[in-house]
Ligand binder design. Structure first.
Ligand SMILES: NC(=O)c1ccc[n+]([C@@H]2O[C@H](COP(=O)([O-])OP(=O)(O)OC[C@H]3O[C@@H](n4cnc5c(N)ncnc54)[C@H](OP(=O)(O)O)[C@@H]3O)[C@@H](O)[C@H]2O)c1
Length: 253
């Protein structure tokens, strides 16, 4: 019989680390978790903290050869994937015209391309009932000027998740898009957002521990979207009913 596993991308820090730490209590049937990110030392350290066996899979999801190695590992081990958490992501602050093209490409490569291809690679191994959690953002509700590319990638993640959810309904695989507000993680430093965005200074913050717990509860309840905190639920509602040409002016980062 195949081993029942979960796969968490972006497991080395922030929200992905929280997803990994809370996996066993939420999915006691899962026998092993594959932890995916680039920094092997952090994955090894995390593996030692988990209450279920973990396999570290250090790879760069924007690298074609690394994506191929994930595909080969799945083929070799033929696991029964019960949970897939697509959490790896990045976002850089800056106007498109003044941005380093490498950073723009990194956002689309990781947030869109890698998330899509990982899902496509893993799905043949989700044979029974399964849960997919795709980490989107409140940035998906309306474009955020100065983070136009990031917010557009997250609009893709939410749209992709909803379409995929319909495709997988008959296979008993649920898909949930997580639309968190800001979290105090490495994301803010890597994207040079910390200290440089009035919006990020003003907004209430989400606790990654609570976001991971709420996301698992939403996935188990087969919900299409999970938005933590009443403030951001209200924003989601307003962004839906108001003209986007107005909301975009208020949503500048
Ligand atoms: N923090 C926020 O304010 C916020 C708000 C809403 C949504 N989100 C979303 O939440 C998710 C998690 O972000 P976070 O806040 O937890 O930030 P984080 O601490 O920077 O985590 C990002 C994770 O992605 C991994 N990663 C980055 N590039 C990768 C690559 N090329 N290949 C494989 N893994 C890669 C990182 O690991 P390595 O560096 O070891 O590869 C890390 O584990 C992202 O999708 C982000 O867009 C964040």
């Amino acid at each position: 019989m195949s081993m029942r596993i979960a796969i968490v991308t972006g497991a080395s820090s922030g929200l992905g680390k929280e997803f990994s730490l809370q996996l066993a209590e939420n999915f006691p049937d899962v026998e092993c978790v594959w932890l995916v990110a680039r920094r092997k030392a952090l994955l090894d350290e995390l593996a030692g903290q988990l209450s279920l066996p973990a396999v570290c899979v250090p790879l760069d999801l924007t690298d074609e050869a690394d994506l191929g190695s994930l595909s080969r590992k799945l083929k070799d081990e033929a696991p029964d994937v019960r949970v897939l958490v697509n959490c790896a992501g990045c976002g850089y602050l800056g106007n498109v015209a003044e941005s380093d093209p490498k950073l723009l490409a990194r956002m689309t490569d990781l947030n869109i391309r890698a998330l899509t291809l990982v899902t496509n690679t893993v799905l043949p191994y989700m044979r029974g009932e399964g849960r997919i959690i795709n980490v989107s953002s409140i940035a998906s509700f309306c474009p955020n000027a100065r983070m136009t590319v990031y917010s557009s990638t997250k609009a893709y993640v939410s749209s992709f998740s909803l379409g995929l959810r319909e495709e997988l309904r008959e296979r008993n695989i649920s898909v949930t898009a997580v639309c968190s507000g800001p979290m105090d993680t490495e994301f803010l430093d890597i994207g040079e957002i910390r200290g440089n965005s009035k919006m990020f200074k003003t907004l209430p913050y989400c606790d990654p521990k609570k976001v991971a717990a709420g996301s698992y509860a939403a996935a188990k309840a087969d919900r299409a979207f999970y938005t933590p905190r009443a403030f951001f639920k209200l924003y989601r509602f307003l962004a839906k009913i108001l003209p986007s040409t107005i909301v975009v002016k208020l949503a500048k980062t």
